[in-house]
Design a protein around this ligand. Structure first.
Ligand code: ADP
Ligand code: MG
Length: 589
C-alpha cells in the first residue's frame, strides 16, 4: 500500500502522523484521502468501527483548510457527545503542526456559552452533535455559509438515534455546492434515503471488512450453563490479573446488574449505559481511560464509536443478536499493531451463533477451558510474586520502620518469611477457590448426574426440575423462523436477563412449548404479550398439554452435547508453557 505521502498528504500533517505512529494508511484512508484531496464529488464510505475513519476525513479536511479564512469550512456531525469530543481531539492531534488551525467541538449536555465563545474566536473545523449544532445555528453563533464540506460520521447511528430532522435542518443551512462525505458502518435504508435526498452523484467506497486490528485479535469462547455465566466472568477476570477491557451486555439492566455484582465482589469495574447522566458517563469514561478502571461493563450503544487504545480483552457477556455487532465489538481490541483477545461467554445452546460468526466473517474461534480454581490460584500467585519482585522500594520512607519490623520478624527464617508474606495477600483467593466447582459445560452436569446415580436417587434431578419448571405455550414456531436459540433469546430479552433456567424446548411448525423457571413464568407472559416476532403478535400462556416429542432436553445428556466430546481436564501450571502464556487450547469438535 502507498504511504501517506504518496496519497497526497504534506508537511506538518506527515509529521503529526509519524508522531502518532501510523505507518501506512488503512484501506479506507487509502481510498478516501486522495478522493477528498482531488475532487469535490460526494462520497459514501462504508467501513466498520476501528478502520480509521476519523483520519480518513480529518487529514484531508485539515490539509484543505485555508487558515487565513476564519469562517467555518468543515462541519463534522456525529451522534454522541463522547464521539464529538474524541473526533475533535483526534483532529487537534492531526493538526498539531498545522499552526493556526482551530477545531471546536459543540455538543449538548454541557454549557453553551464556552462553545459560543470558541466559535466567535474562529473555528475552521466544527465537530458537533446534531442537536447542539442546530441550536447554535438558530442562535446565529454558527454560520455555515462558507462551509466547503460536511462530514456525516456514524450516519447510521445518527439516524437510529432519531437525528434525521436535525440533520436535514442543518444540511439545509449549508451551501448547495459543498462536498458531502458520509461515513457509516452500515448503509441502511435510512442512510440511503439521506444519500438520495442530500447527496449528488456520490462515489461509494466500501473498505474491506478487515479491521485495523482484525488479524491481531484472538477469538475464544467459553461454554457454561446460563446460570454460571457470572461465575465464569469472575474467573476470566481472576485468571487475567492485568485485564483492561470492555464487558458487553445486551441490556441496560444487565449492564447495571453485572457491574454492581463485580463491584460488590471487589473487582475494579463500573457500568456505562444510557441511563447515566452526561456527567456520570464522562466520569466513568475518564476513569476507564486513565486505567483506574479495569473493566467497563457497557451496552453497545453506550460504547459505540468510543476509542480506547490498548484494551487487552473484549468480553461478550452475551452474544449480540446481529453477528456484525460482534465484529464491531471485537475490533476494539488488537489495535495499532497490538494483540488482543475477544472472549465470548456462551451457554450450551449457543454454538450455532458462534458458527454463524465464523462463517460470515471468516473468523476462527477456539474453545477455551473454563479456568479451574487451581488455574486461577496459580496465575494469581505468580502475579503476586512478580509484583513483589518488581515493586519499587522507597528506601527513604520505609527506613524508619525497618528496625522494628526486623525485630518482630526475627524468629522467621527466609522460607518462612516468604510463606507469610505471600499468604497475607493470597489467602483471599485460596479461600475463595479452595472448593471451586467445575463449571465448564458439559462436564459438570454429567458429573452431577453420575453422582446422583451413585447415591441411588436416580430421579432426584428430574423431580426437582419438574417442581420448579412450568411448561409454556407460545404461538410461533419454525414457520416463523423460530429456533431453540431464538426462543431463548426472546425469553432473555423478555426477562431482561441471561440467567433464567430454561428446560425442554419443543419447536413445532406454527407454535412451540418450552419449560421455564416457574417463578419467572408470569413475568415472561406479561413481558411478551403483544410484542411481535416475524410479524406475529406474541401470545404466551401456560400449557396443559403433555409433551408430544422431544427436541431439546436439557436433562438428557445425549441431547445436550450431541457433537461435543467430554472435555479433558487439564493441569493448571505447565512448566513448558508457563503460567502467563497461551493456555492449553483445544479445537472445537
Ligand atoms: P473508526 O472511526 O473507523 O472507528 P478511528 O478513526 O477511531 O476508527 O481509528 C481507530 C484507531 O486506529 C485509533 O486509535 C486511531 O488512532 C488508529 N489509526 C487510525 N489510522 C491508523 C493508521 N493508518 N495506522 C495505525 N493506526 C491508525
Ligand atoms: Mg469513528
Amino acid at each position: 500500500m502507498n504511504s501517506f505521502e504518496e496519497i497526497g498528504l504534506k508537511g506538518g500533517l506527515l509529521k503529526a502522523i509519524e508522531e502518532l505512529g501510523f505507518e501506512k494508511p488503512t484501506p479506507i484512508q487509502a481510498t478516501t484521502i486522495p478522493h477528498i484531496l482531488t475532487t469535490n464529488q460526494d462520497l459514501i464510505a462504508a467501513a466498520q468501527t476501528g478502520t480509521g475513519k476519523t483520519a480518513a476525513f480529518g487529514l484531508p479536511a485539515i490539509q484543505l483548510t485555508n487558515i487565513d479564512e476564519k469562517r467555518t469550512q468543515t462541519l463534522v456531525l456525529c451522534p454522541t457527545r463522547e464521539l464529538c469530543v474524541q473526533i475533535a481531539s483526534d483532529l487537534k492531534n492531526f493538526a498539531k503542526h498545522s499552526s493556526g488551525l482551530n477545531v471546536v467541538a459543540v455538543y449538548g449536555g454541557a454549557s453553551i456559552e464556552p462553545q459560543m465563545k470558541a466559535l466567535n474566536r474562529g473555528a475552521h473545523i466544527v465537530v458537533g452533535t446534531p442537536g447542539r449544532t442546530k441550536d447554535l445555528i438558530r442562535r446565529k453563533k454558527l454560520l455555515l455559509k462558507n462551509v466547503v464540506r460536511v462530514v456525516l460520521d456514524e450516519a447510521d447511528e445518527m439516524l437510529t438515534m432519531g437525528f434525521k430532522e436535525d440533520l436535514e435542518a442543518i444540511l439545509g443551512e449549508t451551501p448547495r455546492e459543498k462536498q458531502t462525505l458520509l461515513f457509516s458502518a452500515t448503509i441502511s435504508k435510512a442512510v440511503t434515503n439521506i444519500t438520495n435526498n442530500y447527496m449528488n452523484d456520490a462515489v461509494e467506497i466500501s473498505a474491506s471488512r478487515e479491521n485495523i486490528g482484525a488479524e491481531n485479535v484472538t477469538h475464544l469462547y467459553y461454554m457454561v450453563q446460563a446460570k454460571n455465566r457470572y461465575e465464569l466472568l469472575k474467573r476470566i477476570a481472576d485468571v487475567n490479573p492485568t485485564i483492561y477491557g470492555i464487558v458487553f451486555c445486551r441490556t441496560r439492566r444487565e449492564t447495571k446488574d453485572i457491574a454492581n455484582k463485580l463491584i460488590q465482589d471487589g473487582y475494579n469495574a463500573d457500568a456505562l449505559h444510557g441511563d447515566l447522566s452526561q456527567a456520570q458517563r464522562d466520569e466513568v469514561m475518564g476513569r476507564f481511560r486513565k486505567r483506574h478502571l479495569q473493566l467497563l461493563v457497557a451496552t453497545d450503544v453506550a460504547a459505540r464509536g468510543l476509542d480506547v487504545d490498548d484494551l487487552t480483552h473484549i468480553v461478550n457477556y452475551n452474544l449480540p443478536d446481529e453477528a456484525e455487532v460482534y465484529v464491531h465489538r471485537s475490533g476494539r481490541t488488537g489495535r495499532a499493531g497490538k494483540s488482543g483477545i475477544s472472549i465470548v461467554l456462551i451457554h450450551t445452546r449457543e454454538t450455532n451463533k458462534i458458527n454463524e460468526i465464523e462463517r460470515k466473517f471468516g473468523i476462527k474461534f477456539s474453545r477455551e477451558q473454563v479456568p479451574s480454581g487451581k488455574d486461577i490460584c496459580t496465575v494469581q500467585l505468580f502475579a503476586l510474586i512478580d509484583k513483589i519482585e518488581k515493586v519499587q522500594v522507597d528506601e527513604k520512607q520505609i527506613e524508619p520502620f525497618l528496625q522494628t519490623i526486623y525485630d518482630k520478624l526475627e524468629h522467621l527464617n527466609r522460607e518462612e518469611l516468604i510463606k507469610h508474606f505471600v499468604s497475607a495477600e493470597f489467602n483471599r483467593f485460596l479461600n475463595y477457590y479452595k472448593n471451586a466447582r467445575d463449571i465448564s459445560a458439559p462436564g459438570n452436569e454429567r458429573e452431577e448426574r453420575r453422582g446422583k446415580r451413585d447415591r441411588g436417587d436416580r430421579n432426584a434431578g428430574s423431580d426437582r426440575r419438574r417442581s420448579v419448571l412450568t411448561r409454556l405455550f407460545i404461538n410461533i414456531g419454525s414457520k416463523n423462523k423460530l429456533t431453540p436459540a431464538r426462543l431463548i433469546g426472546l425469553i432473555n430479552e423478555g426477562l431482561d436477563s441471561g440467567d433464567v433456567e430454561v428446560g425442554k424446548i419443543e419447536v413445532m411448525k406454527t407454535f412451540s412449548f418450552f419449560e421455564l423457571d416457574s417463578s419467572k413464568a408470569n413475568t415472561l407472559i406479561n413481558a411478551l404479550k403483544g410484542q411481535s416476532h416475524d410479524g406475529v403478535s406474541l401470545i404466551v400462556e401456560p400449557s396443559q398439554e403433555k409433551p408430544k416429542g422431544r427436541f431439546f432436553d436439557k436433562s438428557r445428556p445425549s441431547d445436550q452435547f450431541r457433537s461435543k466430546k467430554k472435555d479433558k481436564k487439564r493441569g493448571a501450571w505447565n512448566k513448558n508453557k508457563g503460567f502467563g502464556g497461551r493456555r492449553d487450547r483445544r479445537k472445537r469438535n
